[in-house]
Design a protein around this ligand. Structure first.
Ligand code: NVA
Length: 371
């Protein structure tokens, strides 16, 4: 069923209500960006990506696009309306008065850039220079939603300057080692400083009246404070996961499945003193199944934990990457209908099924799950 001719309605309050309209990213023109402070801190020290940059090969772009197109068709067959971003030429230098970098990134993970809270779609500040202009790929869609839905709010967080003052220089050394990284994570000593508000949308999870935000490499405390001021009718909770040496984007760490149930990465457990909100309200936090793979695909920024980067279609149905057999089994056991989706070939472009999408509309209203 294709309803693209009907006016769009923007509204989504959580990660699990029945999905009706979504944006699915594209791999076109995806680049490995040149070194820059925040990005270098995120690329694992043993990664095949260290020292490489430039456009990704056309063969990998085509394969990723085949997977993303098939995912979009699968969603459409299930009655979900799907829109796609408009890529720009990512392989060109960009600059502001403060810095210049030789290329951009791409428009594969819309979840990183767009945060939908109720009737608002908010463009995140972003925290990498190479992703500063990524919002441009979504402007045609956001302008259309604004025209279609008079109650929709299109907002953009203040664009950050991203000067060197935004990044801690001790993260720039070539070899830090996982032990020191874990110590720094536990001390909340992240690569981004508190120079100005920074957040990526993928550090935010929506639970109706509550927003849960990961404090880490891509979102700082000023960014969380900005979100708190921007959404005065929400309660905004900062969380952090000391077991993660590269803490960016919450959606391979903490994954709500339905009211009352969250999967948590067993290597990155939510500390006891941050569990009260969930425990007091009878929510179960379950260790996610181990990933089926020992390493990520080639030239991929993300960890093997994209296994838990699932897209919930409704509180009984969840899309899981088709090779992630353990995650599929676990969700099946937890009473979910599991829809396998072949997306691993698109991982290198910015993530899994949750990353590759951004909500436009889910049914349902803003509930208070943590009264
Ligand atoms: N920190 C994440 C990013 C996932 C979207 C990882 O595990 O790679």
């Amino acid at each position: 069923m294709n309803r693209t001719d009907e006016p769009a309605v923007v509204e989504s309050w959580n990660e699990w209500d029945p999905l009706r309209h979504v944006i699915v990213g594209r791999a076109d023109g995806g680049c490995i960006p040149p070194p820059e402070p925040a990005l270098d801190a995120k690329v694992p020290e043993d990664s095949d990506m260290r020292g490489q940059w430039g456009p990704r090969s056309q063969e990998t772009v085509d394969r990723a696009n085949e997977r993303l197109d098939a995912f979009a068709r699968l969603l459409e067959k299930r009655g979900v309306r799907v829109d796609r971003p408009t890529p720009i030429d990512f392989n060109q230098p960009i600059a502001t008065p403060d810095w210049r970098t030789e290329s951009m990134f791409g428009c594969m993970p819309p979840r990183d850039v767009l945060l939908t809270v109720g009737k608002e779609m908010l463009e995140a500040t972003m925290s990498y220079r190479c992703r500063w202009f990524e919002y441009l790929c979504y402007r045609p869609l956001l302008q259309r939603y604004c025209e279609d839905d008079p109650a929709m709010r299109h907002e953009a967080a203040p664009k950050p300057r991203l000067t060197d003052a935004d990044y801690r220089s001790d993260y720039l050394s070539e070899r830090i080692g996982v032990e020191k990284r874990l110590k720094w994570t536990a001390e909340k000593h992240f690569v981004t400083t508190e120079e100005e508000p920074l957040f990526d949308a993928a550090d935010v999870l929506r639970f109706g009246r509550d927003l849960v935000v990961q404090h880490g490499f891509t979102t700082n405390l000023k960014g969380i404070d900005w979100l708190r001021r921007h959404f005065p009718d929400h309660r905004v909770h900062a969380v952090n996961f000391p077991g993660d040496p590269y803490p960016i984007h919450i959606d391979a760490t903490f994954t709500p499945i339905r009211p009352g149930l969250i999967l948590n990465n067993p290597d990155r457990r939510l500390p006891d003193d941050q569990r009260g909100l969930f425990e007091r309200n009878g929510w179960e936090i379950v260790d996610a199944a181990r990933p089926a793979h020992n390493s990520p695909p080639p030239l991929c920024y993300s960890s093997v934990w994209l296994s838990m980067n699932v897209l919930v279609l409704d509180p009984k149905t969840v899309c899981v990457e088709a090779t992630e057999v353990h995650q599929m089994e676990q969700l099946d056991r937890l009473g979910m209908e599991v829809v396998p989706v072949d997306l691993r070939d698109a991982y290198a472009f910015g993530g899994g099924l949750h990353c590759a999408t951004a909500d436009v509309r889910r049914e349902g209203a803003r509930e208070d799950y943590f009264p």
